[in-house]
Design a protein around this ligand. Structure first.
Ligand code: ADP
Ligand code: MG
Length: 341
């Protein structure tokens, strides 16, 4: 978690500047415009599309959750992490998976401790003594905050939070469909009703980011409560910016070739297209191998960093890789010419 005091963005941020002038802590201040949002994300190495910066700005202003859908490795999870750093808020992450239920996502009663409490009460003659008043008191005590185990969703709306956190509900499409129903109360009212305990409501709404890799459709009821954005593969220009922001040690020429090659790969009919994660990973591998430019052998040998399915590797192996590389070189050269012009 980034320390809000040394957060480099807040100096750039209009709201942060105002807070500084007022001598207040800038923690929790929101960006003042779409430009400000874009610049603040950029200062932390996240290169957003204008449309993503707009959705994020609006979500913060309107206090609405944002649902990001897109191919894996396109920067959905990263935006939540960057937002937390940018705003100086804690990040609470709920990684969704098959079988995820209320107990795993929101809360659970600590049965072991409850049992122990009952035994102790019995041993002390309390509860076991048969007095109805004692039994009622014990029952009320057993369902108090002391015995409540708070999972991500409940932690995110805990009214005791000194500052509203960023809540990342990651890869919602991995959870079973019925799980989405649990989310509705959290997403619309920032509250959770626990039958034995009552309703827990956030003092200040958390900033909620949901992501989906779209292995299935997210239910309309969830979508209706969110602002929606489809995170697309980046354009050549943005992918070059991302590479420069994340791995400035990659030479310009190599960077152009890498991006052009990957953009070419994405035009093929592959089972799994490489995302930005793969672009960065491949660049790191090429740096490790001291590559200055791409050559056919290097590409062949490192395809496994980019493509993770044997069918895809076979499809690209050999002459197809050479053809793609030739095209990438031409594209990289015209990029260079464009940059010079
Ligand atoms: N717009 C971006 N700017 C900078 N880095 C990015 C961007 N998009 C993705 N990345 C990087 O790509 C990698 C994959 O992103 P991630 O958020 O994990 O993808 P997703 O959650 O969509 O599968 C991360 O290392 C992230 O830092
Ligand atoms: Mg992710």
């Amino acid at each position: 978690m980034s320390d809000p005091v040394v957060n480099p963005v807040l100096g750039l941020n209009g709201a942060g500047r105002l807070a500084d002038q007022l001598g207040r802590s800038p923690v929790g201040m929101l960006p003042s415009s779409i430009d400000d949002t874009q610049a603040s994300l950029l200062a932390l190495g996240y290169v957003p599309e204008r449309s993503l910066a707009t959705v994020v700005y609006l979500a913060l202003k309107l206090q609405r959750p944002v649902l990001l859908e897109g191919e894996p490795g396109t920067g959905k999870t990263e935006i939540a992490k960057t937002l937390a750093a940018m705003l100086g808020r804690p990040l609470i992450r709920l990684q969704c998976h098959e079988g995820l239920d209320l107990a795993g996502a929101a809360y659970e009663w600590n049965y072991a401790r409850q049992m122990m409490e009952i035994r102790l009460a019995e041993a002390g003659g309390q509860g076991g003594s048969g007095h109805a008043a004692d039994r009622d008191a014990l029952a009320a005590e057993l369902f108090s905050a002391r015995f409540l185990i708070k999972r991500a969703l409940l932690q995110a709306i805990d009214p005791a939070n000194p500052v509203a956190p960023v809540l990342l509900i990651d890869e919602l499409d991995r959870a079973d469909e019925p799980f989405e129903a649990f989310l509705l109360e959290v997403l619309s009212d920032f509250q959770i009703t626990i039958p034995e305990f009552g309703t827990v409501k956030a003092k200040e709404p958390p900033i909620v980011v949901l992501t989906s890799n779209r292995t299935r459709e997210i239910h309309d009821a969830v979508k209706r409560r969110c602002l929606y954005h489809w995170v697309d593969f980046p354009t050549v220009k943005r992918e070059l910016q991302i590479l420069e922001a994340r791995l400035p040690q990659v030479g310009r020429e190599l960077a152009r070739e890498i991006v052009a090659f990957i953009q070419g790969l994405r035009k093929l009919d592959l089972y799994k297209l490489p995302g930005i994660a793969e672009t960065l990973e491949w660049s790191r591998a090429l740096l490790e191998l001291d590559a200055m430019v791409l050559d056919p052998e290097l590409v062949q040998q490192t395809l496994g960093v980019l493509l993770k399915y044997q069918d895809d590797i076979q499809r690209v192996h050999g002459s197809e890789a050479a053809r793609l590389l030739e095209e990438a070189r031409v594209a990289a050269r015209s990029l260079q010419d464009a940059a010079r012009a």
